[in-house]
Design a protein around this ligand. Sequence first.
Ligand code: HEM
Length: 247
Amino acid sequence: MILKIVRARRSPTHEKNLLKLILDAAKSYEESGGDQLPADVSAEMFIVDNCKSIYFAGHENTGLTASWCLMLLAAYPEWQARARAEVLDVCGSELPNDSMLRQMKVLTMIIHETLRLYPPVAFVVREALQDISIERIEIPKGTNIEIPIPILHRQPELWGQDTYQFNPERFAKGIAKACKVPSAYIPFGIGSRTCVGQNFAMIELKVIVSMILSRFTFSLSPGYQHSPVFRLVLEPEHGIYLYLQRI
Ligand code: HEM
């Protein structure tokens, strides 16, 4: 299916989008005689793999974060009311635009706190390229190191005694002031391979949640069972059921 779309787009075009960037990169690999890619990776494989990565990384994580965020706002009506007041104040009856999204401070705090408690990507994975020693732990070359994000995000020594509570207020002065070691807040990873879609994801989340807030009040259905489970991503085992009421 991906290749069908790709072939249709291969004709020269002035379109500027992500697929075009991937196609241009594949073309430049082909033109360089293929020596920029490993021998067993064809240009077509490069295109399909990149499309799959973007689709998976871009769809599931943002959808899950929006779901956890709505669950938390349903469970904490005072924060739901505060976020709605901000959205109505900033947007009125208009759809949110770029400048409005930047003014949504309370919603940003709520999304940061959602990503602290329920980061959809549960591990950042790195491979040791050489023998290394951290404190007194010897890590041989080739070892996979998995950094468990939810555990880092809940350490009382880093976040304080209220670490298990939903408290967006901790982000009122930004990420740097929320955590004793700000680099321990890593819902989008860390370093040179940090998430390429993080700014886009924050925009998507603010648009989705603000539009729902401006149209509906919502509460948790009595059928909701809280059971976060790790299945490649951190998801609600039994789904999230909400009662929505049009405003
Ligand atoms: C709430 C939403 C999202 C979360 C929590 C998230 C989280 C992450 C994390 C933790 C990583 C690994 C970073 C590392 O190893 O240091 C990652 C990588 C990546 N993400 Fe996201 N992501 C989200 C949304 C998106 C979106 C919307 C896109 C694209 C449209 C995207 C594209 C990618 C790609 C391509 C990588 C691999 C980057 C690389 O290896 O160089 N992500 N993401």
